[in-house]
Design a protein around this ligand. Structure first.
Ligand code: ZN
Length: 138
């Protein structure tokens, strides 16, 4: 489950920075590679920092696995995908550049969805030396 960050509560408790570690199921429709789907939950490790104006910086990493047909030879394969992500949330923001949050609570849903799209590879390959049968020389 994706936790929410209660900025008001964190401020009241003077927890201006902290770490969040959780897993969630990736939306399979985010994978655009044919015959490939997520084969593990997404592991998220995020660090947050609440700034004086109540804007919040998020930085961390996401990791997950994809399984399905190799985009070159069609053999069944699995690949680990991971990468760093970051975001900036502003309270009740009007700026289109940043994420905004309202009522003092940050919902990570949109940010995590955008991050997965950003990290998603365009193809799945069983090995670096994999060559499509059509291109094999013999
Ligand atoms: Zn292959």
């Amino acid at each position: 489950m994706v936790p929410k960050l209660d900025v008001r509560k964190a401020n009241a408790e003077k927890k201006y920075a902290g770490d969040l570690s959780f897993t969630f199921e990736a939306d399979p429709t985010l994978v655009e590679i044919p015959y490939v789907s997520p084969s593990s939950p997404v592991e998220a490790k995020l660090h947050y920092e609440i700034l004086e104006d109540d804007s919040v910086e998020i930085a961390g990493s996401l990791a997950f696995s994809l399984k399905g047909s190799c985009s070159r030879c069609l053999k069944e394969t699995e690949q680990r995908v991971s990468g760093n992500v970051e975001a900036y949330f502003v309270p009740d923001g009007e700026s289109g550049e940043d994420y905004s949050y309202s009522n003092g609570v940050i919902d990570f849903g949109e940010f995590l969805r955008d991050s997965l799209i950003f990290l998603m590879p365009s193809r799945l390959v069983c090995s670096v030396t994999c060559v499509a049968p059509d291109y094999k020389e013999d």
